[in-house]
Design a protein around this ligand. Structure first.
Ligand code: PEP
Ligand code: MG
Length: 757
């Protein structure tokens, strides 16, 4: 049964067309359970009803027409109760509602299970049988498991627009909502960065006019020529290595490519107005279905060869498009997964915003986007990338809303908001060189988070009083092997000299978790709970010693280095790390034949265990810096990168805020300098709360320094403390957010948390 279930789910998710997938599914389930009927109803929230989409057993002409209200009949009951309902004789049930057109008069037994994705009922899967009986436990378990596994695929299909789930703003505007990754708004054309070509992701799109037909045919022809050349090359390269038999497949591909039929059929579809990719998909899908319907296993297998061939042509179609695609003056980058390197590559080429289908608001790509001041939306449900390419879109990085091909009125509205935002940015820039001091004279240091992107030197003029967190892992990540001591020293020296009159806190290597080194792979089931940060460097003292030696060597003239240890979870780790730092220090003194500057050493507070040993830790180090990104993740047991649990990851959760407050109180008791270098510091409300708690320093990305300085200069500490007192009395993150939003609005800071002033 399990193997069968797996196959059904696999085939369902591989089918690009939802209707075809549903049609096949009902037949397979009916057969697997050996019953008389299986049906799927999908929820339509606009009409508040479940629409009968597919059935093997109910009248064919009711498919797509019969709709059952959310509170009607047994189908409505399953949806309302959000649990399976198993009845021996449905027709006797008080909720039974007769829909004569489906012709179910002789079907007595009924089992319905809800299909739920992220707490939302997407539809109902039912089985029915003529004989009056309760379906047994195994059958019920089968259906429940199947529904749970189908839900993701159905949600994806809906997001791809197959069943029209986009909420419509106007006939031309489609709206999707993701996770607000970086504040700001942008309006520009989308440029899609597509690493893997797959026909399954290609949407069927018609060309705007018939004139493009010849051009599309030409594109298709070029792609075929290129694909044929690829096969020639592949088979000649492999010719010496593998047997002739194994090369047959290439011969078959070449033959198919030259055969008149395939090309001709695709050209015919293009003539009907389809784009080349769509025409290719239509024909290849048609062939695959024909092959798969055959009984002969060998011939059936050829279906996947045809699909492979189609994907190879697609690669060349998209490639050719990419080469001819000049970047417009301004654009929004869209990708399945926007990576930090993509951001780095496009940041100076007109990049206005990013949209990433995967990732969450604490993925490093989102952190980098915030650092660059580039609005970002993360974790948008995936829709075919090619459908978005070149489309006009609006990214609202405050709310996470993405508007695709917005109508003129919406464009005009956002243009206005963008202008307002620009004015706000100019306004806050006026405080860059002024002290960071509240209206009642309390001062707090604002420092810079650096190291995620090159070009930090320009940031030396953003109004910060030094670097509070220099992430050293990026230079390690961009290489083919560990950098040498000399190479590291040279790089660190550049940083220390760029900020030579100010403290620079360099963090020792914090790889593991979601940051991997290409030449030092770590395979783990739970990387965030595994070998990460200080755990790796203590196990490899040679790497640690080299790095701290390089840091201290770089500090010879500037004397502004401070060393910070990441992921500390115990006193022992601190003792061991300090002893290695001392060893490196004495070695260097001996080498230079004189005493060199000894840097301050501090630790990051990001593993909850340290909160309960602050007294012992304070005796050993010079400063604490809270890594609120990880502290939130570990306190709440929520993966900071997982879009599925993104709504649970919240630094404004009362548990996190109370922990931060507790840390501040204890740091005061032990008279140890306390800073916070997670994303919370650069958030307007976060900065106000941390100011009230008594944090000495806040470290944030360059983009936020002026904004936070402006806020701090326009509030008194007394006001901040009143807000904090109320916040600490609240029970839920939701209450905290709505209270803080209201307060920021009242204080005139609304423009910092949403589009428009
Ligand atoms: C943090 O965890 O808050 C932090 C600043 O470090 P990173 O985001 O690099 O893990
Ligand atoms: Mg961290």
């Amino acid at each position: 049964m399990l193997a069968r279930l797996r196959r059904i789910v696999l085939e369902f998710s591989q089918e690009a067309d939802l209707q075809r997938a549903l049609d096949r599914l009902v037949t397979q389930v009916k057969r697997a359970i050996n019953t008389d009927c299986c049906s799927v109803y999908l929820a339509d929230y606009k009409s508040q009803s479940f629409l009968l989409k597919a059935s093997d057993g109910l009248a064919k002409d009711s498919l797509g027409h019969t709709a059952i209200g959310f509170s009607e009949g047994l189908i409505g009951l399953v949806g309302q109760r959000e649990e399976p309902i198993n009845i021996a004789n449905a027709q006797l049930h008080p909720h039974f509602k007769l829909a004569p057109e489906v012709k179910e008069d002789d079907l007595k037994a009924f089992l319905g299970t809800p299909i739920i994705h992220q707490r939302k009922v997407l539809g109902i899967l039912t089985i029915q049988q003529k004989q009056a009986r309760t379906f047994d436990e195994d059958e019920e378990a089968f259906l429940v498991t199947l529904s749970a596994q189908l839900s993701g695929a159905i949600a994806n299909a809906e997001a791809r627009g197959m069943v029209g789930k986009y909420s419509e703003i106007s006939p031309w505007t489609k709206q999707l909502t993701g996770i607000a990754g970086a504040a700001g708004v942008a309006l520009a054309k989308a440029i899609v960065c597509q690493p893997d070509a797959d026909l399954a992701n290609i949407a069927l799109i018609k060309m705007p006019n018939q004139q493009a037909v010849e051009q599309e045919k030409q594109r298709f022809y070029q792609a075929v020529v290129k694909t044929r050349a690829d096969f020639e090359l592949l088979s000649s390269q492999l010719g010496n290595i593998v047997s002739d038999d194994s090369l047959d497949i290439f011969e078959m591909y070449k033959h198919l490519l030259t055969s008149a039929s395939l090309g001709q059929e695709i050209n015919e579809e293009i003539s009907k107005g389809w784009r080349a990719e769509s025409a290719l998909k239509l024909i290849i899908d048609r062939y695959v279905v024909q092959f798969e319907a055959l009984d002969d296993i060998y011939i059936r297998e050829r279906g996947s060869d045809i699909r492979d061939l189609g994907n190879r042509i697609l690669v060349n179609l998209l490639q050719a498009q990419k080469q001819t695609k000049d970047l417009p003056e301004s654009f929004i980058l869209v990708a399945e997964e926007v990576t930090a390197s993509m951001l780095a590559q496009y940041q100076h080429q007109g990049l206005k915003a990013i949209v990433s289908f995967s990732g969450s608001n604490n993925s490093h790509a989102a952190i980098l986007a915030r650092a660059l001041g580039v609005p970002a939306i993360m974790g948008v449900e995936s829709i075919p990338l090619s459908q978005l390419d070149q489309q006009m879109m609006i990214v609202d990085g405050y709310s996470g809303e993405l508007f695709i091909s917005p109508n003129e009125a919406l464009q005009a509205e956002y243009q206005y908001l963008i202008a307002e935002e620009k004015a706000l940015t100019e306004q806050v820039r006026t405080v860059i060189d002024l002290p960071c001091i509240t209206q009642d004279g309390y001062s707090i240091d604002l420092l810079l988070n650096a190291g995620l992107a090159s070009g930090f030197e320009q940031s030396s003029h953003c109004g910060a009083q030094g670097i509070g967190l220099y992430r050293t892992e990026i230079p390690f990540m961009e290489r083919q092997s560990f950098p040498t001591e000399q190479e590291q020293a040279k790089l660190y020296q550049q940083v220390l000299t760029a900020f030579d009159k100010q403290p620079v806190t360099m963090r020792t290597l914090d790889v593991g978790g979601d940051k991997a080194l290409p030449y030092f792979p770590i395979e783990e089931e739970n990387p965030f709970l595994g070998w990460r940060g200080i755990r790796i460097t203590l196990d490899h003292p040679e790497i640690f010693l080299l790095q701290v030696r390089a840091m201290m060597r770089a500090n010879i003239n500037t004397h502004n280095l401070e060393i910070m240890l990441p992921m500390i979870a115990s006193v022992t780790e601190v003792d061991e790390a300090i002893s290695l730092i001392n060893q490196a220090y004495y070695e260097l003194c001996a080498e230079f034949k004189h005493k060199i500057a000894k840097p301050k050493v501090g630790i990051m507070l990001e593993v909850p265990a340290v909160i309960f040993q602050l007294d012992k830790l304070a005796e050993r180090v010079d400063f604490f810096s809270v890594g609120s990104n990880d502290l939130t993740q570990y306190l709440l047991a929520v993966d900071r990168n997982n879009a599925r649990v993104a709504s649970l990851y919240d630094s404004y959760n009362p548990a996190v805020l109370n922990a931060l407050n507790m840390i501040a109180q204890q740091a005061k008791q032990h008279s140890i300098t306390l800073s916070l270098c997670g994303e919370l510091a650069g958030d307007p409300a976060g900065a106000i709360l941390l100011l009230a708690m008594g944090y000495d320093k806040l470290s944030m990305n360059p983009h936020n320094i002026a904004r936070i300085k402006w806020i701090i200069r326009h509030i008194s500490r007394q006001q901040a403390q009143t807000i904090l007192t109320h916040v600490l009395s609240l029970n839920t993150a939701k209450q905290v957010h709505s209270y803080l939003k209201e307060q920021l609005d009242q204080l005139g800071f609304g423009g910092f948390i949403r589009a428009g002033l």
